[in-house]
Design a protein around this ligand. Structure first.
Ligand SMILES: [Zn+2]
Length: 288
């Protein structure tokens, strides 16, 4: 996990980054190309597990692999709970060992989430129950009728922070090649993945066609209806803001965007969908 910390800056790791890991003088593979569960031979329990990437317009499996308690599930390998790899995961669970979860962002690129823990097994469903943070472990089975909603909300919040939000951001930024779709700024730490339609809207799924890579300023301007986007991708600045007089940030950063075309990935699977943009643009028009 300390080894992975060095990649924290851009949050993602590639297969070749991970291939450089050496433990006590010997290379140790942290990921297996063919299999999801990795137990290095020097260890008696699994160390990592993996979820392959989902195409940009697909809803990733983790989005609906959440149990009624708000905890993620991870499927065992195959049908046999006694398969060596499933046993390796079980060992990690029984000993309370921290694991690394590599979640695929695009081919060969992963968001590593760690430490995660396996906190229970649902053998009949061939799956383990995953806690995404140390504090989430303690929420399993603690609710009674009186506080079930609070516990569920807290578990959900941890899942959003540790999995859903970073994965949405990683997938959207990857599709836009780490650039703001309005101004082309490439400074990753100043970029966000904004939702076109919010979580909870019927078209608000965590898929790339519902996202836009935007810098902090343009994200806020979009959210606050200072800037709108027509379904044909033309950028529209609110008229009242076009009339304001201020320094270069307003002039170059906002007013000059009016009438320009949004820079999108250029593939139907990743481009913002016209139907979502239309709903959002109507909200923009209603707000001005
Ligand atoms: Zn920008």
């Amino acid at each position: 996990m300390q080894f992975l910390d060095q990649f924290r800056g851009n949050q993602l790791v590639t297969e070749s980054d991970v291939a450089g890991f050496v433990w006590q003088g010997t290379p140790m593979r942290l990921m297996d190309r063919q299999r999801g569960i990795r137990k290095p031979r020097q260890l008696s329990a699994a160390l990592t597990f993996r979820t392959v990437f989902t195409p940009p317009d697909g809803v990733p499996p983790y989005a609906d692999q959440e149990g009624p308690d708000g905890f993620q599930r991870y499927k065992m390998r195959g049908d046999d709970p006694e398969h060596a790899e499933n046993r390796a995961l079980r060992q990690a669970m029984l000993h309370g060992l921290p694991l690394i979860w590599f979640v695929g962002v695009e081919r060969g690129t992963y968001l590593p989430i760690y430490p995660v823990y396996l906190v229970a097994e649902e053998r009949e469903l061939r799956q383990f129950v995953v806690a995404l943070a140390p504090e989430q472990r303690y929420l399993l089975g603690v609710s009674d009728a009186g506080n079930a909603d609070d516990v569920r909300r807290y578990a959900d919040r941890i899942t959003r922070q540790r999995l859903h939000q970073p994965m949405f951001r990683a997938r959207v930024l990857a599709a836009y090649q780490q650039r703001c779709a309005m101004c082309r700024l490439r400074h990753v730490s100043l970029l966000d993945a904004s939702h076109i339609l919010p979580d909870g809207h019927e078209l608000g799924q965590p898929v790339v066609p519902n996202g836009l890579a935007l810098c902090k300023i343009h994200h806020a301007a979009f959210d606050q209806n200072i800037i709108g986007i027509r379904p044909d991708l033309q950028i529209v600045v609110r008229e009242q803001v076009l009339l304001e007089v201020d320094g270069p940030m307003l002039r170059h950063g906002i007013q000059e965007l009016d009438g320009r075309r949004l820079e999108v990935p250029g593939s139907p699977a990743a481009d913002p969908s016209a139907d979502r943009l239309e709903v959002r643009y109507n909200d923009f028009l209603a707000a001005i």
